[in-house]
Design a protein around this ligand. Sequence first.
Ligand SMILES: [Zn+2]
Length: 166
Amino acid sequence: MNYRIGIGYDVHKLKKGNLLWLGGILIKHPYGVEGHSDADVILHSICDALLGAAGLGDIGKHFPDTDMAFKGIDSKILLKETYRMVLKKKFKVINTDTTLSLQEPKIATYILAMRNCIGKILKISPFQISIKATTSEGMGFIGRKEGVAAHSVCLLRSFYTKRKWV
Ligand SMILES: [Zn+2]
């Protein structure tokens, strides 16, 4: 049985008055994320982890920020499209794990909703999706509330019938 691991990282600026999308959920906060799409760092880092594990490059290759088709796009659509490409390569996701770096607000009460949202897109149980959050103890661009970042890993299993690498 073939397994593949992937890692993803994403960062976006925070700006007063913008919407704060994290893990497919809109968070109530005076500051939001800035980017070409809805700038959801959790979903983008999961996309990159999935693409990396499947050997499909990165999110910038498939959804370039120079393409107006992706201007303001809901990142749930990007994750859905990413997973379609992964399935086409005969891989299924076993689990994902994400660490969000954000000084504020506290997102603990939103985590279950995020896991449910991502689980629906990847057609797996929320128990197969982990989301954790940490501050940077006031240090660096995260601590100064200038930006938000996320690291994700995922594990894929090949369901290729001839049991060879694809
Ligand atoms: Zn991004």
